[in-house]
Design a protein around this ligand. Structure first.
Ligand code: GLN
Length: 362
């Protein structure tokens, strides 16, 4: 598999979308609908999603440009939903730890905004790139200012700043993830980290170019090492759904303290919506309509503001040769999806209308 053009599989996107249809009917709304589903309904939905999708897994390809990721079984699929008050619903392989990869970029950005304010936006834009996550071309055209904090170039700048602010960027990300998920066992997978270090020429190119433009404060190797460690963290769907809750809770941490202001949280969610899935961001926004962040380990987190977070993991990724068509094709290949998807879309739109969950929520 080429190292460019990797994207979340249709199955992960499809699962997040199905959740979106049901969640507004759950009990975690700012504006409660008249008929609330019982928690069991959410569990039934998750089980149903796993039952529908699992037999069809294996069509995507695992990301083998990081060799350790290439050995992951693509037949796995997990899904977790965490509500603002810490209730968790999970199905499939939701407890299996996987490599969070670029999902880590959200937490690094949150820590920089929390600890250092808006200065980062002088060094990174907030525009969708329309390019693969590890593209080099745009960076030179735009004088070393990355398009957004979620493509690799932008994430390297964020990690660089976090390193300046904390002295240990990957450690700061790890601490946050452990505290917010409540899982003190979360750690780096050393084999993935080593595998990624041995295959980091492209990220090293980006980092050296950033440095040549004066957009790194720390030595290239230190920034790369921290970036690789944060990407190599291993977490389960449930860990990630729990750890992301501050994005659905106006920036409030699990202990009730504020990591971010409500305005900062909305801004991260806005950048996730527009840039979180790289050159598939338009498709993800069209189909799911939620802030989301993917990683080449096959995970996606999505945020339903003031409601809950969702994490889906499916290590088989969409095919690079069919970038924007892969997702709808996958969806329409599922049995019964033709009518089901239009029903779901209609239900989702109706529900959003009635519940107040819409773009204004983030
Ligand atoms: N660590 C990966 C890389 O830098 C992260 C990419 C991703 O998950 N999109 O290539």
């Amino acid at each position: 598999m080429s190292m460019t053009g990797l994207r979340a599989s249709g199955s992960t996107v499809d699962a997040v979308r199905k959740i979106l249809i049901l969640l507004p009917l759950s009990s975690r709304l700012t504006v409660a609908p008249p008929h609330r589903n019982r928690p069991m309904d959410i569990q039934n939905l998750l089980d149903d999603i796993v039952g529908t999708i699992k037999p069809r897994l294996g069509q995507g390809e695992v990301a083998n440009y990081i060799p350790k990721l290439g050995s992951v079984d693509p037949g796995q699929f997990g899904i977790s939903v965490a509500t603002g008050d810490g209730e968790v619903f999970a199905a499939g392989d939701a407890a299996v730890p996987f490599s969070i990869q670029s999902i880590s970029k959200v937490f690094a950005l949150a820590l920089v905004l929390a600890g250092d304010g808006d200065g980062i936006w002088k060094r990174v834009f907030r525009e969708p790139s329309g390019n693969p996550f590890n593209s080099l071309v745009q960076l030179e055209h735009e004088d070393g200012i990355p398009r957004n904090p979620f493509i690799n170039a932008g994430a390297l700048v964020v990690t660089d700043r976090l390193l300046s602010v904390t002295g240990n960027a990957s450690g700061a990300v790890l601490d946050l993830l452990r505290q917010e998920s409540g899982n003190t066992g979360i750690d780096v997978d050393p084999v993935v980290a080593d595998s990624e270090s041995q295959n980091s020429n492209r990220n090293a190119s980006l980092a050296h170019f950033l440095a040549s433009c004066g957009n790194l404060e720390n030595p290239v190797q230190d920034v790369l090492d921290n970036y690789i460690l944060q990407c190599s963290l291993e977490m389960s769907c449930t860990d990630l759904a729990l750890a992301s809750r501050f994005l659905a809770s106006n920036g409030l941490r699990v202990d009730g303290s504020a990591l971010l202001s409500s305005a900062q949280t909305k801004r991260i969610n806005a950048v996730m919506l527009t840039c979180g899935t790289y050159d598939a961001a338009g498709e993800f926004a069209y189909r799911v309509g939620l802030p989301g962040k993917s990683g080449v380990g096959g995970g996606i987190i999505a945020v339903v503001p003031n409601n809950c977070t969702v994490c889906v993991w499916s290590p088989g990724l969409g095919k690079p040769a069919t970038p924007s068509r892969a997702l709808p094709r996958w969806t329409s290949s599922l049995p019964g999806r033709g009518s089901q998807s239009s029903d779901q879309a209609r239900a989702g739109m109706q529900f959003r209308h009635r519940s107040g969950i819409s773009c204004r929520s983030f």
